[in-house]
Design a protein around this ligand. Structure first.
Ligand code: IMP
Length: 219
């Protein structure tokens, strides 16, 4: 294992890369982000790779176990993302358990209600108490066992009731700082912030920007 800030990076040559995710929302976003670099993105699901259980207690540990499993099984470089919604007044919950709060039905209307009920129970009613962030950690694993990490975060306000139909997961209850709309009220371009030289907005775009600067652009 190596850390993004400490080591020089192996450049990833355009070719096939496995995206070690079975989540359609995240797959779509990562495909969009990889497209300009000429990669043929293959999903772990399309290769029939098993979905490892996310037993880690950190975003890094979960991203690594998904990426390493896919790289080992496929013999290709594999990129995995582990991400979640961290609510300050709930000690960072749901955090690595964000997907689980949606239950087997992946019901995020229910998961958002759970967040709101817990905020109410904690007496978090003012804007200052209703703060949250999205975190994304990307792990790039090579078939020879090396892996590197890239982290992106975005802070904002937790709103209630939820607003907007776009995005996925907890997007409708999160309004990033400096914006008057939630992630679910933004187009995908706005949510990511797009340009590689300009500011990325979403946690995933921020992690991806660091990854692409380190591994995709010329050294
Ligand atoms: P995992 O990374 O597959 O463990 O899942 C992370 C979970 O965090 C997702 O199922 C969503 O509920 C939530 N999440 C991660 N990124 C986002 C986002 O960009 N918008 C909304 N919810 C997100």
């Amino acid at each position: 294992m190596s850390n993004a800030s400490e080591t020089p990076h192996r450049r990833l040559e355009p070719g096939r890369i496995v995206i070690a995710s079975h989540n359609p929302g995240k797959l779509r976003e990562i495909e969009d982000l990889m497209a300009p670099y000429g990669f043929k993105v293959v999903s772990a699901g399309a290769l029939d790779l098993p979905e490892p259980e996310e037993t880690g207690t950190t975003f890094e540990a979960n991203a690594e176990l998904k990426a390493v499993a896919a790289a080992t099984a496929s013999g290709l470089p594999a990129l995995a993302d582990d991400s979640g919604f961290c609510v300050a007044a709930l000690d960072g919950q749901p955090g690595v358990y964000s997907a689980r709060w949606g239950g087997p039905e992946k019901d995020f209307a229910m998961a958002m209600r759970t967040v709101e009920e817990k905020l109410q129970a904690a007496g978090a009613t003012t804007d200052a108490q209703r703060r949250g962030s999205f975190v994304a950690v990307l792990c790039l694993a090579w078939p020879d066992g090396e892996s590197v990490f890239f982290r992106g975060e975005i802070e904002g306000q937790i709103v209630w009731p939820p607003r907007g139909d776009g995005g996925f997961g907890y997007d409708p209850m999160f309004q990033p700082d400096g914006h008057s709309r939630t992630f679910a009220e933004m187009s995908p371009e706005e949510k990511h912030g797009r340009s590689l030289d300009g500011p990325a907005l979403s946690h995933r775009a921020r992690a991806f920007q660091t990854f692409s600067k380190a591994c995709l652009e010329s050294a």
